[in-house]
Design a protein around this ligand. Structure first.
Ligand code: ADP
Ligand code: MG
Length: 320
């Protein structure tokens, strides 16, 4: 059976080039990185546990992709340009085939965004887990945060949230004829890295949608000390989402489903009105509501009724 040194050398040590911000990478006690003058590092870390963060039958390529995608999505939410990452892997056995496939998925997304895998740790443990730390660069003082939304700002979301949750629902139910595009949204999320950087200096607040649109909008509302009213008629229900269930299910997935890794952000009205800027983005953004004095997140239905939106999202320690 391969030692962890052999596993690292074969599958991870040469996965990514060093890149301009990493002087030393895998193979030494520490990675050595540089931060260009006038910039700051945005840093985030996330763990994926088998059976908790992805269905146990998920292809190893997809686990590798998603492990990095979660972190890149956090960088996107901060408006940071991805630079490097580290990877702590807990494996239940030295399964070379699994690791080779994991590395292929991880490496494919890393190559897309020019991220260097600069180091990590490889251990054996009772359950499969992948922890990825990411670091990205932002001009000093320019990082986007959840705080900063102002009354009157327009609330927007990128892409078509809810599709990952619909894909998960179909997978869990074993739905015959499940839509592979929805499953791909769950397994191969596309972090909105370019959008995040385009929002720098424009958005007043930003968050990535990992827990569900309602829950993550509530984080913006709380951090900014404002309220958010979402307009039910404006929510971007994709054809695939509409085809996967009833109108009520589609709305439920869209508002409360996690794992989409879209961005939810607030724009001052003058910027929200700039159609040319929005057309130049690599993903559609939809205005879905307004910032007001609050409280919390509410949904305005087509008949003008307003109701508070329950904040759900996944909680790891409920009932324990
Ligand atoms: P140390 O004993 O100094 O902690 P390790 O034996 O844990 O070093 O790792 C050897 C080298 O391989 C280090 O440079 C480390 O960063 C790298 N490494 C170990 N595991 C991983 C991993 N899962 N991904 C990337 N690099 C790794
Ligand atoms: Mg170590």
């Amino acid at each position: 059976m391969a030692s962890e040194f052999e596993l690292i050398e074969r599958h991870l040590a040469h996965l990514t080039p060093l890149g301009e911000h990493v002087r030393r990478g895998i193979g030494d006690d520490c990675a050595v990185v540089t931060v260009p003058a006038g910039h700051e590092l945005a840093v985030s870390i996330d763990t994926l546990n088998a059976g908790v963060h992805f269905p146990a039958d998920t292809a190893p390529e997809d686990v590798g992709w998603k492990a990095l995608a979660c972190g890149l999505s956090d960088l996107a939410a901060a408006g940071a340009a991805p630079a490097w990452c580290t990877l702590a892997l807990t494996l239940t056995a030295a399964e070379e085939d699994w690791l080779a496939a994991f590395a292929a998925g991880f490496g494919a997304l890393a190559a897309r965004h020019g991220v260097t895998l600069a180091g990590g740790d490889t251990t054996r443990g009772p359950g499969l887990a992948a922890t990825v730390q990411v670091a990205g660069l932002v001009p000093e003082g320019a990082a986007l945060t959840r705080a900063g939304a102002c009354v009157g700002d327009v609330v927007c979301v990128s892409g078509t949230p809810g599709e990952a949750a619909a894909g998960l629902a179909q997978a869990l139910a074993g739905t015959p004829g499940a839509d592979p595009a929805l499953r791909a949204r769950l397994d191969r999320p596309l972090p909105r890295v370019a959008l995040g950087q385009a929002l720098r200096g424009r958005a007043s607040a930003c968050i990535d949608v990992s827990d569900g649109l309602a829950a993550d909008a509530a984080h913006i509302a709380a951090a900014s000390g404002v309220g958010i009213v979402l307009d039910a008629g404006a929510l971007p229900v994709s054809p695939a989402l509409a085809a996967a269930g009833s109108a009520a299910e589609a709305r439920e997935w869209l508002l409360h489903g996690g794992d989409d890794y879209e961005l939810c952000f607030t724009l001052p009205p003058a910027i929200a009105a700039d159609a040319a800027w929005q057309r130049a983005l690599d993903v559609a953004v939809t205005p879905i509501g307004r910032v007001d004095t609050g409280p919390g997140v509410r949904l305005r239905t087509d008949d003008g009724d307003e109701r508070a939106l329950e904040v759900r999202g996944y909680r790891h320690f409920d009932g324990s």
